[in-house]
Design a protein around this ligand. Structure first.
Ligand SMILES: Cc1cc2nc3c(=O)[nH]c(=O)nc-3n(C[C@H](O)[C@H](O)[C@H](O)COP(=O)(O)OP(=O)(O)OC[C@H]3O[C@@H](n4cnc5c(N)ncnc54)[C@H](O)[C@@H]3O)c2cc1C
Length: 667
């Protein structure tokens, strides 16, 4: 029998948000890349909310863009409404968010993929991962697709989203599927299990969609986009397309009563759904049970596009049966006559607990196999895209025998996310919050290019056009700084005046009108650098301490069970996570400074021929303690600048149930 076989450097499975960034990055770096996906008409489809960005998520999009990724450009070209969230808070908390035209977004990302050199887009469903055993290690060699063809490559990135063993819940009815109207994939998670991976289940859900023709908009509050929209991409000069409004309405006691009377039919409460969902974006039935005293919950009605009347009901995620959804909708102001055109549902799916990964997103078990996106226990388009980008880059670096790209926690939200996933694992779908980042004053959306574009250029991800634009911006920042130093008012450099909280940029321009010529994005950088110089310096000192710890590398071949005096819990956790340095080791939950000191002592003995020790281990112990205190101090300061939830909450895993942080409309 003839089997069609294709040869590539990198194969990416699944063209969702993770898969497209992975494939584009690999191809941009020059690798011959295949992007295999079950349906070319669903590339980068938004399974749920028609929106990109939000607080912390918006920062990720800008980081992806700074590294040459597609998400920012695609949303700038296709969005129907832009809002910069948290404008009234400090710059660390600003989060760009845009309502997407879902179909246009998909088409734009598909076009970007089709236009990318070195990238072959193929409609194929991957059924099985092919491996070989060599030198006691398992290596990936390719993928078997439905219909029998084989794609061979030394690196494979799996980005299968919610499709692995997906099970949809509509009331007491269940249906196998990866998303409503789409098939689930069975072979891939079976193949991963056979390779020895631990596979677990998570759950998520989505609200009903309505026909806009049947909504009474005159009874709703209107919400407009920003007058001067801030683009996501550093390459976009200006957003010129007209914006559409969103609308606000509320649930009420009658809706709550309908839900309460039907809880015995809600799969979340009958035991039909067994797995954990995201606590910060609960279904409406969970909100009613958890917040019995709340008289109403806000709902945002979001258009799904320019050329459709379909409306997404943000805040009404549910898996209650159809008749209950219809009854609920009829009781909501403005929706009395609204017709549901897609019912809400929940989905349970397979994911792989991410402590099975290296920080490069390569699996520990199978060499050359990378995982990115929802399959790693995350939720959200932006989180998926950020991981995809890193997995694609690292697949190519692996091929070239180079060290992987591991973004540090002080370098990018993407770095925070991957470190959290690998080092701490997940016990619910992981979504990014600003509070997960210790150094969030530095990880702002506005400076993502200054943080990452030079790195992207080194890796071959940033083309000449983007690079020249970046260099010009940096030069303008330097020029403006020099002018501010040289310009004096009352004998004082205006840069010094600007440090005063009551002095604004407009005040400075009234002193020196020629400064008005500097572009907005240049002024923004210089003003933030000057106004927050004290905080930034404090943060820098803490970062420096972490860097010193990160320089203390831990060899990969340690048998932790033979390290004397190490506690049993530390042995188990170190063996499972295999931290690459002392900074990462210190972040593993349950690991104490004493464990680190014992490990340091052991490593030092091991490295000296006479097995003697210096004072380093004791110093390390002290340093870790100081770092903890310092990190706490910074977090305290930053919470004064505002955050959704505290860093401590996150790391104590005491996340409360939120009404719906994911709705992302707050100012
Ligand atoms: C019902 C529902 C509700 C959700 N609600 C929310 C929410 O409220 N908030 C939130 O942030 N996120 C939500 N999400 C999650 C969000 O959609 C995902 O986080 C995001 O889409 C993940 O991106 P991804 O690239 O990892 O996977 P996906 O976007 O799921 O893309 C996976 C792609 O891989 C393809 N594929 C899968 N298996 C194969 C295979 N074997 N061969 C070839 N192609 C394959 C699929 O066809 C698909 O195109 C929801 C998802 C669903 C389904």
């Amino acid at each position: 029998m003839d089997i069609s076989t294709y040869e590539y450097d990198v194969i990416v499975i699944g063209a969702g948000h993770a898969g497209v960034e992975a494939a584009l990055a690999a191809a941009r770096m020059g690798a011959k890349t295949a992007l295999l996906t079950s349906n070319l008409d669903t590339i980068a489809k938004m399974s749920c909310n028609p929106a990109i960005g939000g607080v912390a998520k918006g920062q990720i999009v800008r980081e992806i863009d700074a590294l040459g990724g597609a998400m920012g450009l695609a949303i700038d070209r296709t969005a129907i409404q832009f809002r910069l969230l948290n404008r009234r808070k400090g710059p660390a908390m600003h989060g760009p968010r845009a309502q997407a035209d879902k179909l246009a977004y998909h088409q734009e990302v598909k076009r970007i993929c089709e236009s990318q050199e070195n990238l072959s887009l193929r409609q194929e469903t991957a059924e099985e991962l092919l491996v070989e055993e060599a030198g006691g290690r398992t290596r990936i060699t390719g993928v078997l697709v439905r219909g029998g063809a084989i794609y061979r490559a030394p690196c494979v990135v799996v980005c299968a989203g919610t499709f692995m063993q997906g099970l949809l819940h509509f009331g007491d009815k269940t249906m196998v599927g990866g998303r409503a109207g789409e098939e689930a994939v069975v072979g891939l998670s079976r193949s991963l299990r056979q390779l020895g991976f631990v596979v677990s289940r998570f759950k998520t859900g989505t609200p009903p969609r309505l026909n806009g023709r049947t909504i009474d908009y005159s009874r709703l509050e209107i919400q407009h986009g920003d007058e001067h929209p801030v683009p996501f991409s550093f390459m976009t000069n200006e957003i010129t397309q007209p914006q559409l409004p969103c609308w606000i309405t509320y649930t009420n006691e009658r809706v709550h009563e309908i839900i309460r009377q039907n809880l015995h039919r809600a799969p979340m409460f009958t035991g039909q759904i067994q797995s954990t969902g995201p606590r910060y974006c609960p279904s409406v039935e969970i909100k009613i049970v958890r917040f019995p005293d709340r008289p109403r919950h806000q709902l945002f009605l979001e258009p799904e596009g320019r050329n459709t009347l379909e409306i997404y009901v943000n805040g009404l995620s549910t898996s209650l049966p159809r008749d209950v959804q219809e009854a609920m909708i009829r009781e909501i102001t403005g929706l009395e006559k609204a017709e549901i055109i897609r019912y809400g549902y929940a989905i349970e799916y397979d994911y792989l607990p991410p402590d099975q990964l290296h920080l490069s997103l390569e699996t520990k078990r199978v060499e050359g196999l990378f995982l990115a996106g929802q399959v790693n226990g995350t939720t959200g388009y932006e989180e998926a895209a950020g991981q995809g980008l890193i997995a694609g880059i690292n697949a190519v670096l692996k091929l070239r025998g180079k060290d992987p790209l591991i973004l540090r926690r002080d370098q990018a939200y993407i770095g925070v996310m991957i470190d959290d996933l690998v080092t701490r694992g997940v016990d619910e779908p992981y979504r990014m919050f600003t509070s997960r980042a210790e150094y969030r004053l530095r990880l702002r959306h506005d400076n993502a290019d200054r943080r990452l574009t030079p790195l992207g250029r080194e890796l071959g991800l940033v083309d000449d056009v983007r690079w020249n634009r970046f260099v010009q911006k940096v030069e303008a920042i330097e020029r403006l700084r020099a002018v501010l130093e040289a310009t004096r008012h009352g004998g004082v450099p205006v840069s010094r005046l600007l440090t005063r909280p009551e002095v604004s940029w407009e005040d400075i321009v009234s002193i020196a009108p020629s400064l008005a010529e500097f572009p907005r994005e240049v002024v923004e950088q210089v003003v933030i650098d000057i106004k927050y110089a004290g905080y930034l310096a404090r943060e820098e000192a803490a970062i420096e301490q972490q860097r010193r710890l990160a320089e203390k590398r831990i060899p990969d071949d340690i048998d932790y069970f033979s390290v004397p005096h190490l506690r049993a819990e530390a042995r188990e956790k170190f063996s499972k996570i295999r931290p690459r340095d002392f900074a990462q080791a210190g972040r593993i939950s349950g690991i104490t400074p004493a464990d680190l000191a014992v490990l340091a002592l052991y490593l030092e003995r091991r490295s000296r021929p006479d097995h003697s020790v210096s004072a380093t281990s004791g110093e390390l112990f002290t340093q870790v303690k100081e770092d903890e205190v310092q990190a706490g101090r910074i977090v305290d300061e930053q919470s004064a600048l505002g955050s959704e939830i505290s860093f401590e909450d996150i790391h104590r895993r005491e996340l409360p149930v939120f009404d719906c942080l994911d709705d992302g409309h707050s100012d």
